[in-house]
Design a protein around this ligand. Structure first.
Ligand SMILES: Cc1cc2nc3c(=O)[nH]c(=O)nc-3n(C[C@H](O)[C@H](O)[C@H](O)COP(=O)(O)OP(=O)(O)OC[C@H]3O[C@@H](n4cnc5c(N)ncnc54)[C@H](O)[C@@H]3O)c2cc1C
Length: 367
């Protein structure tokens, strides 16, 4: 016999587990989270995990990121220490011509309350003496920071479990059908679940989940390769576009972008380019030993912005798919809980709806 739940969430990465936790706070619903692997086997286990705001544009997107960053200290009070650090963020530029762009960014972000400073070389070096003197300037904001994604996902799950959310790991969803108003979710290892509401939070694999329901979710997969140094003495304290230093001293470096599907190999070419970028920014890194590299698959919606909300032609089916899911997870979890439990959200989700692609392509994308 099918197992019944009120809400089934597919995917236990940072997005799915945040939604599960936030939904569970009211303890109103029976919830299950189903994952084909373990919680950090997807993108959330292979990320830089900056909580990054200041140069996200257009400014409405920066504003959402800022609200999410603002939620982190409160989240920590509720679920525990996720090693969130508001380090301030520096995005350097090497070319004086980029100053104009930086000033425009600062002006736009100020309109939504994000304070961005445009620094000259000396001001940058004052903040972070380890940066290269070849840098022409940088944008800076105190709102940026980073978090430990492993602790974050682990503690979302722990808190959700405490509120009676069930998790089913190593259990791929292989089909989803809507029958008589309910979703029948067929899994490989634990039979079928019937759910009143379903949330697709499958990260890069959400496209495949959408195909079970006959919808095309316009996302692409973009590989990112990251280098990790040996633990070093504290070298820099800000989150610097391209790298951050973790609590144990490792420096995580990289922001490569390659459209190679789900291929998670690392390549010598990108490793070399990334190492060169690191030394261009921070010459002292030339002396650091690299101990490993890893890669992850970003899920990037076609227009770059999150897709969050109910699928308009499939009542009670919801999507939560995005890049920058680490930054956005506290806000997305909060808004999805509002949407599913109260039917409305404190911030309008209209801009993030799947329908925006339909409008653009005149009905070609959403079936
Ligand atoms: C190199 C790199 C650097 C990044 N840096 C940052 C950063 O600095 N800041 C930031 O905010 N974001 C960053 N991101 C993006 C961020 O990591 C992602 O947006 C986030 O992890 C996505 O979380 P998710 O829960 O949507 O996806 P995932 O973590 O991939 O979780 C999806 C889950 O769904 C499960 N699943 C999929 N299909 C099925 C199925 N059929 N049945 C059952 N389960 C299924 C998977 O097993 C997986 O566990 C980075 C990403 C990469 C790759």
């Amino acid at each position: 016999m099918d197992k019944y739940v009120d809400i089934a969430i597919i995917g236990s990465g940072v997005v799915g587990s945040s939604i599960a936790y936030h939904l569970s706070e009211s303890r109103q619903k029976e919830i299950i989270v189903i994952d084909k692997g373990f919680p950090l086997s997807g993108t959330s286990g292979s990320t830089q995990a900056w909580v990054w705001v200041h140069n996200k544009s257009p400014s409405w997107y920066g504003e959402l990121s800022m609200y999410s960053a603002e939620l982190y200290p409160f989240l920590e009070k509720k679920i525990g220490d996720v090693e969130y650090k508001r380090t301030g963020g520096i995005a350097p530029f090497f070319d004086e011509e980029d100053r104009e762009k930086a000033l425009k960014l600062a002006e736009k972000q100020a309109e939504v309350g994000i304070k961005v400073e445009v620094l000259n070389r000396n001001q940058v070096l004052e903040k972070e003496p380890v940066l290269s003197s070849k840098i022409a300037g940088a944008t800076y904001s105190s709102i940026d920071g980073n978090v430990n994604p492993f602790r974050l996902v682990e503690l979302y799950i722990k808190a959700a479990k405490k509120n009676d959310v069930k998790f089913s790991f190593y259990n791929p969803v292989i089909d989803i059908k809507k029958e008589s108003g309910f979703f029948r979710i067929t899994t490989k290892n634990e039979g079928t679940y019937t759910a009143e509401k379903i949330i697709l939070a499958g990260g890069p694999w959400t496209k495949e989940l959408g195909s079970f329901l006959g919808i095309d979710i316009p996302v692409k997969q973009v590989r990112g390769q990251i280098l990790v140094t040996e633990p070093l003495a504290p070298l820099f304290r800000h989150t610097i576009a391209g790298m951050r230093q973790t609590d144990n001293g490792e420096v995580l470096i990289g922001y490569s972008k390659e459209e190679v599907g789900y291929d998670r190999r690392t390549t010598m070419e990108v490793i070399q380019d990334t190492a060169k970028m690191a030394v261009d920014y921070i010459p002292a890194l030339a002396n650091a030993n690299l101990v490993r590299s890893f890669s992850g698959v970003r899920v990037i919606p076609e227009d770059g912005f999150p897709i969050v909300g109910e699928i308009s032609n499939i009542k009670n089916a919801y999507l939560a798919v995005m890049h920058s899911g680490v930054t956005l997870s506290p806000l997305v979890g909060t808004l999805m809980a509002e949407l599913l439990l109260e039917g409305e959200t404190s911030i309008d989700l209209g801009r993030l709806s799947l329908d925006r692609f339909e409008k653009k392509s005149n009905g070609a994308v959403v079936q």
